[in-house]
Design a protein around this ligand. Structure first.
Ligand code: NSS
Length: 432
């Protein structure tokens, strides 16, 4: 019995006989030789099947193999600089597991609607595969990084009783005993309880926004990473944001370079992503926009186009702070010297990707927070537990939410968020 190897690690087995379990990506024939490109989920390898090296039955089977047929192949690993990936397998045995029906996705161009309808199969294509491997790496690296920094993973609920980010984007569902439940827009409020219990926590989970927006930057279900830190202010938050983002990007450059190459990502745009990131205030961003001919009133939020103009000004993510308090969420703390401004930050990724992080220092004063709930017309009874956090040992604290899909789309250099998650949920998409 040969050892079962993965294509990713095939370099460790040069000269040895191994078994690869996978699927046929493509094939071509030349006389008594068949060249099978086999993928196993970790990579692809060219497998050379010579009539002289395998049984007659195995050789005939190669002609029955269709695209995406499942197969187990055993052979000797050979280093070959000309082979894609640097290695080849010289087959000594081949077993078909299932002959696939005619595969709907072919090398010809398919439109996005067709590909999204076949998302369950599209995942196998090399570009989609590369994006989702990078996504996995980003999430795993974030867990490792935050653990090393002393954070405790603290899972927030998905069924919630109230809004975190504004009532207009809440998905509601029937709960027991005539209650309404809402799908969480953010784990933040719960993470704040966690920070008061553990000091430094983070949540990572799906979050939901019932925004009727059709832009390439919006999903109705997306994943958010939310660190929350007790005894921290806005300055501490900015350091954490630039360290975390830089670490994620540099780690992908080191460990997922092959995937970035498949995506033809311009690596020179990722290499400079290191601290410090530029910091500009909302006021400065407004000046910058006006100097570029944009008509914008003080107090307006920055839309996608404005974010693009600001972020194109820098080669690293820009940290825009101190937005007008009145356009921001109820929980943000006002600046002591300018009470019309929030101690908040939006981190805008370069190359037009726009906002990947939104965060703030939190209002930690009980009276102020009660006033903000009233201003925002929020039902106080749903927030009594949250007010308790200000009654019992309130401290300055801060946190942010990093959108996983937006971060992955930017790192991968892909235009649309829908490819940065296995099964995107959008205004008009719930299938598959
Ligand atoms: O609305 S945010 O700006 N902020 C919050 O939800 C805070 N409660 C987070 C916190 O402080 N713990 O969303 C944070 C990020 C934002 O920068 C985007 O990267 C991402 O979440 N985000 C989205 N990604 C995809 N689709 C949609 N609709 C979306 N909305 C926000």
């Amino acid at each position: 019995m040969a050892v079962i190897a993965t294509i990713e690690r095939i370099g460790q087995f040069v000269g040895q006989t191994v078994t690869i379990r996978g699927w046929l990506y493509s094939k071509r024939s030349s006389g008594k030789i068949r060249f099978l490109l086999v993928r196993d989920g970790t990579g692809t390898i060219q497998t050379v099947v010579s009539k002289k090296d395998v049984t007659a039955e195995a050789f005939e089977d190669t002609d029955r193999l269709t695209q995406e047929s499942s197969m187990v192949v055993t052979g000797t690993v050979r280093a070959d600089a000309r082979a894609p990936g640097g290695y080849e397998l010289l087959a000594t045995d081949l077993k078909m597991v299932q002959v696939a029906a005619e595969y709907p996705i072919t090398p010809k161009e398919h439109g996005p609607a067709f590909l999204l309808d076949h998302r369950h199969l599209w995942l196998r294509s090399s570009r989609q595969h590369a994006v989702l491997r990078i996504r996995s790496h980003v999430i795993q690296t974030a867990h490792e990084y935050l653990r090393e920094q002393g954070f405790t993973l603290f899972d927030a609920p998905i069924f919630t009783g109230a809004a975190c980010e504004g009532t207009s984007t809440l998905f509601s569902t029937d709960y027991f005993y005539d209650q309404k439940a809402y799908l969480s827009q953010s784990g933040q409020l719960y993470a704040e309880a966690g920070a008061m219990a553990f000091g430094k926590v983070y949540t990572l989970g799906p979050t939901f926004r019932a925004e009727k927006s059709k832009t390439r930057r919006h999903l109705t279900e997306f994943w958010m990473l939310e660190p929350e830190v007790a005894y921290a202010d806005l300055g501490d938050l900015l350091s954490l944001a630039e360290q975390l983002i830089s670490h994620l990007v540099q780690s992908v450059l080191t460990h997922r370079r092959r995937e970035l190459e498949i995506l033809e990502r311009d690596l020179s745009r990722l290499e400079p992503i290191l601290p410090p990131f530029p910091r500009i205030t909302y006021d400065e961003a407004i000046d910058l926009l006006r100097s570029r001919g944009v008509t914008i009133a003080w107090g307006d939020d920055l839309g996608g186009d404005e974010e693009t103009i600001v972020s194109n000004h820098f080669d690293r993510p820009a940290m825009v702070t101190h937005y007008p308090l009145k356009i921001k969420a109820f929980y943000m703390k006002a600046a002591s010297d300018r009470p019309d401004l929030a101690l908040c930050v939006d981190v805008l990724a370069p190359e037009g990707y726009g906002e990947i992080i939104g965060g703030s220092q939190r209002e930690d004063d009980y009276e102020q927070l009660v006033a903000r709930l009233v201003e925002h017309n929020l039902p106080r009874e749903h927030f009594e537990w949250y007010l308790d956090l200000r009654r019992y040992g309130s401290v300055p604290h801060a946190g942010f939410g990093l959108g996983i899909e937006r971060t992955v789309a930017w790192i991968c250099g892909i235009a649309h968020l829908r490819e940065a998650i296995p099964f995107p949920r959008m205004l008009q998409r719930l299938y598959p």
